[in-house]
Design a protein. Sequence first.
Length: 443
Amino acid sequence: MRLLRLELLLAVPSAAMFGGLSVNSAIQPPTALVCWGLLNLMVLGLLHYLLRENEGLKARQQRPANTRDYAAAVERLGSDLAEARARSQADAAALRAILDGIERPVLTFDVRRRLEFMNLAAKSLFGSGLEGRDIAAALRHPDVLQAIDRSVSDRVSRTAEFPVFAPVRRRFRVSIDALPARFAGGQGFVAAVDDVTDSRQVQEMRSGFVADVSHELRTPLAAVLSIVDTLQGPARNDPEAQTRFLDILREQSDRMARLVDDLLALSRIEMNEHQPPRDRINLAGVLEEVCESLDLLAQAREMRLERSFATDLPVAGDRDELVRLFQNLIDNGVKYGDRGTPVHISANVEDGQVTIDVRDQGAGIAREQIPRLTERFYRTDRARSRAAGGTGLGLAIVKHIVSRHRGELSIRSREGEGSCFSVRLPCCEPLLATAAESRLDRA
């Protein structure tokens, strides 16, 4: 349209010019018309060329601006993506920090059962460096793996339980759930682990306590009832018989009190057995305290307690439980050792362990009976044990206290030569460091 307007502006004056030439000169009108047409065609072509070049020039002038706009847009897009990625990484880091602060072990995995994340509690329980491996590297129990496979298949929440036997017996419950669609593209799952040891132990101890009490209290209760019937009947007017029967009644009542006390102590120790104590205790002070409390008992049997241990034996432990542990062992040495013989109590440190030996010179124990000594209410000689005031729970208490302190109990005995009860407990870290330094100095 622009080209047509320019052509008209040129065609009109040129037509007037050629018309005037044809009138006032010898040029014939047809010739003038042809010349006018050729001139217009030539001008039209020239105008068309000029207009096209002008438009190309404008386009070339505008192209850098458009390129700069594209580059700016790409740069803005890259910046937005970087900010979104940074926000995502920050959110992921915050989520990991939150999960690491939870005491409950948490694991996440995908549909191929590949572990993607474990918080600090899970790494402490199952070990570190398991990410990227199959979840069976952490949760090996068949019941748990079966529940995981079923949850991955139908995305339904499930629970399963599994036991752990070392260093002490514990029981855990695993809850498996599918993550929401906005996490891991809807292909992720989470497994949360709960320690249900306490609740299971409470149930087991409740039933065990009732069974033990009903069995062990039956005999003294029967004796008490029989004495009461005798005092109310034939011995009602016999002061001498009353005195004798009242002494027996007191003895049986004391036996029941000791039995209940030992049962309650054993239940408390078993309940806390999976939680090792953390207090720093000087074992030398505990041993000296126990020996002083039993000196009179030993003197009554013309025996002596021979001590041989250092003044500083630090261990991580519960002082009351350690006192009970060595009180049971040394008391057994005095009660079952031969009259007039010594009981040796020694302690030494070796390889990061404090080893305490309680050795008596008694009748000894048959080899086949040694594995059963720490069972509840097991007695090698029932008559002698009851005469000595034993409840049959002393060594069971010793075993569980040693287990809670992450130690070891060993028993060596030969008939006719006496017995040696050895307890090994881990040293505290300061003592371990001192021992290491002394080895370096010797080297």
